[in-house]
Structure formats: structure tokens, C-alpha cells
Design a protein around this ligand. Structure first.
Ligand code: NDP
Length: 264
């Protein structure tokens, strides 16, 4: 029987995940199809998943924490951070995973000697990425617009700030993990603060992909080496696909066909 997979998000029309996964399924003759679901209310994720008879799903902004709650069991890194981006239907039981964190490590491999990272944002993506960086003994500072989401980070990263009490340092890499610039033209922090931050970093990355965000535009104007979220997207997608097909397909073949979809 043909398996159906989907991505849940709001917004979700921008998502490249259907193209990526369908390219693998088609290229490797795997009997499955991947679609997108615009989900307004994260608490409806579980019932929508079953209503659509899905075999598995990815979850994007702003429902990754709701996805954690929707699962019967959570495995691996997702358990540590409370953030799920991949769900597998195991005989009617929803099992959650997080593939964003390792996808991100894959993406920043080309930036050598990363020892000190500023993560802007404190949402689900920031939780996964900051925790993963800490695991590799990298110094992490988190900067967020508001204080409430910083609670999670206080015990795990080196320093946490809001815009009001931020203390600038030198960084190897600054990452925008906020959704500022996704559907608007906003910077992830006030303009002068971003300017100072960019003057004190070697590399810049944005989790948002497929567009030059205002943040990346400023990095570009300052001749800083930067990358958008495309490689992170590819990395998390390959790992999610392996879970979808229950390791029936070879990872290098998944990578080949998924990468190919980026040229479409
Ligand atoms: P969440 O909704 O969980 O968190 C959003 C964060 O962004 C919060 O810290 C919020 O701050 C902050 N924020 C939102 N708007 C602004 C703004 N205008 N100015 C400053 N801060 C703002 O989102 P996620 O963590 O799930 O996703 C974040 C981004 O990462 C999205 O754009 C998503 O598309 C992208 N992403 C990309 C991936 C990839 O593979 N490339 C994978 C995963 C995510 P506050 O707490 O103050 O509200």
C-alpha cells in the first residue's frame, strides 16, 4: 500500500520538504508520497495525523513543541530538548525524533574551528541547536527578544540575554534561529545590535532557507562568509527520510536524490 507522509506548519506553503522527499521516493521507486498540511492549531496535530492516515510526518514552525506533546514516545535527542520535527507511525503509536540538530551540525562542518557561537532566538530550533552545540563542548550564548523562553537555556548554555541586557563578545559563528525574515523584512534584533554583532563574528548562518533574509543581507554587505538554512534542511531531511523508510534505502542514495531536488 502506498504510504503517505506530510509536513505540518504555519506557514507551510514555502516548505521544500515535499519536493525533497518526493524526489527520493520517485528516484528510488519507493511507494510513497509526501504532501503539506497547513495546521493552525498545534493541539490538533495528533488527530489530523490520524485523520490523514499518515505513515510519518515532519513538523515545522511553530508546532515542534506541540509535536513533542502529541507523541506517545519520544526518542534520542528530541527527548533531551522537548522538540520534535519528525514523527513516525509505529503500528498506531506516534514516535517522535529530532533530526534538526544533526542536520545543523552537517551544515556548519565547512566553517572550521567553531568554538564560540551566538544563537539568536530561543524557540524550538534554538533549543535543539544550542543543546547539540553544547554537547560538542562549544561555548554557546543565547540572545532572545523576550525573557520567558530563556528559562530552558539557563542551565545548559554559557550565557543568556534579552535585548535589554545583552553583552557583546567575539564569536566564531552567529546563527539566526528566529523566524524574523521568514514572512517579513525584520531583523532578529534591533538594527544597531545586529550591526555590532556582525562586526564581531567570523561566520554567519540563518535557519531560514530559500531567501536572503535582512540578517543575511547585512552579513553579505559586510563581506562575512554566510550560509542560509538550505544545508541544514538537507541534513535534517536525509535523516528524517531514513526514519520514514525504516532504513530500507541507502543513505548515500537518499542524499543523492534529495540534493537533486534543490536544483529544481
Ligand atoms: P519558534 O516559533 O519555536 O520560535 C521562534 C523564535 O523566533 C522565538 O525565539 C521568537 O522570540 C523569535 N522571533 C520571532 N519573530 C521575531 C522577530 N520579529 N524578532 C525577533 N525575534 C523573533 O520557531 P522555530 O524555532 O521552530 O523556527 C525558527 C526558524 O527556523 C523558522 O524560520 C524556521 O523556518 C527555521 N527552521 C529552519 C530549518 C532548516 O532546516 N533550515 C529547520 C528548523 C527551523 P520570542 O520568544 O520573543 O517570541
Amino acid at each position: 500500500m502506498k504510504k503517505l507522509f506530510a509536513i505540518f506548519g504555519n506557514p507551510v506553503s514555502h516548505s521544500r520538504s515535499p519536493l525533497m522527499h518526493n524526489s527520493v521516493f520517485k528516484g528510488l521507486n519507493y511507494n510513497a508520497c509526501y504532501t503539506r498540511v497547513h495546521l493552525l492549531d498545534g493541539t490538533k496535530l495528533r488527530e489530523t495525523f490520524f485523520k490523514l492516515k499518515l505513515s510519518g510526518a515532519n513538523v515545522t514552525v511553530p508546532h515542534k513543541e506541540a509535536a513533542y506533546k502529541a507523541c506517545d514516545e519520544v526518542r534520542g535527542f528530541a527527548k533531551k530538548v522537548g522538540v520534535v520535527n519528525t514523527i513516525i507511525n509505529e503500528n498506531g503509536k506516534l514516535v517522535g525524533y529530532n533530526t534538526d540538530a544533526d542536520g545543523f551540525m552537517f551544515a556548519i562542518k565547512e566553517f572550521k574551528e567553531i568554538k564560540n557561537v551566538l544563537v539568536i532566538g530561543a524557540g524550538g530550533t534554538a533549543k535543539a541547536l544550542a543543546s547539540r552545540l553544547v554537547q560538542d563542548n562549544i561555548k554557546v550564548t543565547v540572545l532572545n527578544r523576550s525573557a520567558s523562553r530563556l528559562k530552558f537555556f539557563m542551565d545548559i548554555v554559557d550565557e543568556c540575554y534579552t535585548w535589554d541586557n545583552f553583552k557583546l563578545q567575539k564569536y566564531d559563528l552567529v546563527l539566526n534561529s528566529t523566524s524574523a525574515g521568514l514572512k517579513d523584512d525584520e531583523l532578529p534584533a534591533p538594527k544597531d545590535m545586529i550591526n555590532d554583532i556582525l562586526n564581531n563574528t567570523s561566520f554567519v548562518a540563518d535557519a531560514i532557507y530559500g531567501k536572503l533574509t535582512p540578517f543575511l543581507k547585512q552579513a553579505h554587505n559586510k563581506n562575512i562568509t554566510y550560509k542560509d538554512g538550505a544545508d541544514m534542511l538537507l541534513g535534517q531531511g536525509i535523516l528524517a527520510n531514513e526514519l520514514f523508510v525504516n532504513n530500507e534505502l541507502k543513505i548515500d542514495k537518499i542524499k543523492y536524490f534529495m540534493q537533486k531536488s534543490f536544483n529544481l
